[in-house]
Ligand binder design. Structure first.
Ligand code: F0G
Length: 459
């Protein structure tokens, strides 16, 4: 019997029709959007791979939860339910709701970085980097060198380079480093997993030097699934036990609930220390809302309490990671380069290799994203020099380690046929790759520019 990669552990109850534009219409739409995919109307997109964040399909149990969500300002029933789910899953004693991941960063990072100069991470996601910089510190990335070679197999390309981390601490001074952040999975390196062994080692280094250890937990469940597949110690463990091992002795975590907790909006902060939690609560009240709702509606909190549990279901995770493996398999057959082995939430196509004639300052990954829209109405995004932006000190364009066009797959949303459309579009583009041109920026804001910048195709 043919092996099924990812049998869906669900059936479809409700569908959302999609519009299909002609190539001419798509050309007009992308020009009107100034070649910025964030400026496209979603109704003009056929397959939306911009992000896996907040775009998942909720289950019938979650939708049922929406109807019973308690909208009380203080002490709502759903608050106690989410506290119970989160404490049980993560094992940290203090949990704060916020409205999304960057809100968690805004609340927590200035506390950790007060009077400090640096944050070090396996890789900062762009909003995390922005909040480190807004707190007056510098964000340093310290991923293992294996991550930089997109063709070489390595089980845990998301890992922290612990030897380099020790060097940074010696060079910069432990007293100047506010926090060491482990991002799981490592989104910017390609949704790549981090081993529990590496998490333990990094945490031990942080604590040896009296530095706080934080987890950016957006994709904690996908990370745990890879650990089960690839880390011998956890071969027989349940996903729930691997998640517990992951968070053991972490001082705190931030989490965007919009990913692995499969809700459209939400975030969490976890703290081990009561004093830290008191500061978090005060800042939450100022920026997000009263502590029992933290910027969320009761109905969304109810869906989150349920989604946290669904996100760690092993059958669901097998299907979820299986979708990435299927798409990656089709790209392998066609010789299309991507960050390999494929990660947890997306296929990261290596635009540097597919479009080697476009230099980083003409944004090859952005050029490929635009081409995917032209070809098949697929919306992907650049995770490369275009997203990285300019050096905050010199204002010069930075060169990213990778030029990825990210095909982020929303959870429980697209079918295998959709995945085939994506693969076929990339195969067509590969055939005319040498004719594809780069872009220049004609207008950009100073921070997180990729969301709103305007671009122009080069001749
Ligand atoms: N940390 C990581 C690792 C993320 O991937 C994200 C968001 C955040 C923090 C911020 O969370 O969006 O809820 O404020 N990543 C999305 C993405 C936007 O498309 O990768 P948020």
């Amino acid at each position: 019997m043919k092996q099924l990669y990812f049998p869906e552990p669900f059936r479809i109850k409700s569908v959302e029709p999609l519009k299909m534009l002609t190539r001419e219409e798509r050309e007009e739409k992308i020009a009107a959007a100034n070649y910025n995919v964030f400026a496209l109307a979603s109704q003009d997109v056929y397959i939306d791979l911009l992000t896996d964040s907040g775009t998942g399909a909720m289950s019938s149990a979650q939708w049922a939860g929406v109807m019973v969500g308690d909208e009380s300002y203080a002490g709502a029933d759903c608050y106690y339910k989410v506290q119970s789910s989160a404490k049980e899953i993560f094992g940290l004693p203090y949990i704060q709701l916020v409205h999304q991941g960057r809100a968690a960063e805004k609340v927590l990072l200035p506390v950790l970085l007060a009077g400090k100069k640096y944050a070090i991470s396996n890789m900062h996601f762009d909003t995390t980097r922005a909040h480190v910089e807004l707190a007056g510190a510098r964000a340093i990335d310290c991923v293992v060198p294996q991550a930089l070679d997109t063709t070489a197999y390595y089980d845990f390309k998301g890992n922290m380079d612990c030897a380099r981390l020790e060097q940074y601490i010696a060079e910069l001074g432990a007293e100047n480093i506010g926090v060491i952040i482990m991002t799981i999975t490592n989104n910017s390196a390609g949704g790549q997993p981090v081993s529990v062994e590496n998490i333990r080692k990094t945490r031990a280094i942080a604590h040896k030097h009296g530095i706080k250890f934080m987890i950016d937990a957006a994709r904690y469940a996908e990370n745990a699934y890879f650990v089960k597949l690839r880390e011998p110690e956890f071969k027989e463990s349940s996903i729930a036990d691997i998640v517990k091992a992951t968070f053991e002795d972490a001082d705190c975590f931030t989490m965007s609930s919009k990913k692995d907790a499969i809700v459209n909006m939400g975030g969490l902060i976890g703290c081990r220390d009561k004093a830290l939690f008191e500061l978090v609560k005060q800042r939450t009240i100022s920026f997000e809302g009263f502590i029992t709702y933290g910027g969320m509606s009761g109905r969304d909190i109810e869906a989150l309490a349920q989604g946290l549990r669904e996100g760690i279901d092993e059958n669901y995770l097998r299907y979820r990671i299986g979708q990435m493996q299927y798409l990656a398999g089709r790209l392998d057959e066609a010789g299309i380069p991507y960050q390999s082995p494929v990660g947890g939430h997306a296929v990261f196509v290596d635009a540097k290799k597919l479009l080697p004639h476009i230099p980083y300052y003409e944004f090859p990954a952005q050029a490929l994203a635009i081409e995917l829209y032209r070809e098949a109405g697929i919306r992907a995004c650049d995770i490369g020099s275009y997203m990285l932006g300019n050096d905050p000190d010199t204002g010069k364009q930075l060169e990213a380690d990778f030029e990825f066009t990210r095909l982020a797959i929303p959870r429980r949303v697209y079918t295998q046929s959709h995945l085939d459309v994506i693969a076929d579009a990339l195969i067509n583009i590969k055939e005319r790759a040498s004719k594809i041109k780069g872009f220049c920026i004609v207008e950009e804001p100073p921070i997180l520019r990729h969301f709103t910048a305007k671009l122009r195709p080069l001749d």
